[in-house]
Design a binder for this molecule. Sequence first.
Ligand SMILES: O=P(O)(O)OC[C@H]1O[C@](O)(CO)[C@@H](O)[C@@H]1O
Length: 328
Amino acid sequence: MAHKLASSHPAWNKLEQLYESKGKQINLTKAFNEDKKRFSTYSQLWKSEKTDATILLDYSKNLIDAEVLEALVQLAKEAKVQEQVDAMFSGEHINTSEDRSVLHVALRDLPGDFSINEPGVEEVKPELEHMKSFSEAVRSGAWKGYTGKPIKSIVNIGIGGSDLGPVMVTEALKPYAKRDLDAHFVSNIDGTHMAETLKVCDPETTLFIVASKTFTTQETITNATTARDWFLENAKDKAHVAKHFVALSTNVKAATDFGIAKENMFKFWDWVGGRYSLWSAIGLSIALVIGFDNFEQLLHGAHEMDLHYKNAKLEENIPVLLALIGIW
Ligand SMILES: O=P(O)(O)OC[C@H]1O[C@](O)(CO)[C@@H](O)[C@@H]1O
């Protein structure tokens, strides 16, 4: 599907005119005083059909009015947003720069609502099973380090999408965390980040998670090599690496060359873009910290929002409204 600049659509000109004629003067105090229903008009309560979860989207405090909102929705129509959404869910290569599908929605479609026909989608559930058995073994203490002790610290080594998503989710869901399992995230190429982390870790009880879609990212491979050298200084025998290093990657060969055992690899697919990868094997650190059952709940919640995004009309579509207001 050909992409056009948003500014090439007639609704863009309309929005520019609206901004000049009144948009830049919209005053929120005045708007609320003049319209007692402003909050209810420009807010939406989303309710889960599966749980008691709700999300209140309050966009009444943005500098918009009915005419601006109508023009924004018109822009979405002219840009064929709905068609693009459908194209994404059907596996079309909407990532035109890499000529790939964009199917993070397949990672959380556990009920199989979307019938996505793309190689790799059938591997999502077996990979989740792998994450489940591994994370439960580590959390329960059944997974032992090279001297027979259970794991006490995990260190996720990754950068960009292979770091930020898990950092954000483990931070946000801290109340669900296993408190006797310390989680560290090392992303910085500055050696201090890894050096300071290793100071508080014990090689006998630390698990390193090398998270890299490509397994070629300089920062990550440098940090992973530092971690492996530190580990081997203590453990001596390379055979022990299998108990302390796992890889999350699409590049099985590079992870094997690094020395990671096949059974310690958690794979994902080229249709998982870096910045959305927390829903894939990249989320292993999340499952370790909050438990696999909670990780699965996270996937279910995201899937419900995917259903809303796919099916709600543009005027009531929470992600679409947020994106449009972001443009304004
Ligand atoms: O997971 P990888 O391949 O190590 O890449 C890490 C990050 O680097 C980038 O490729 C560029 O910043 C991101 O897209 C990605 O999240």
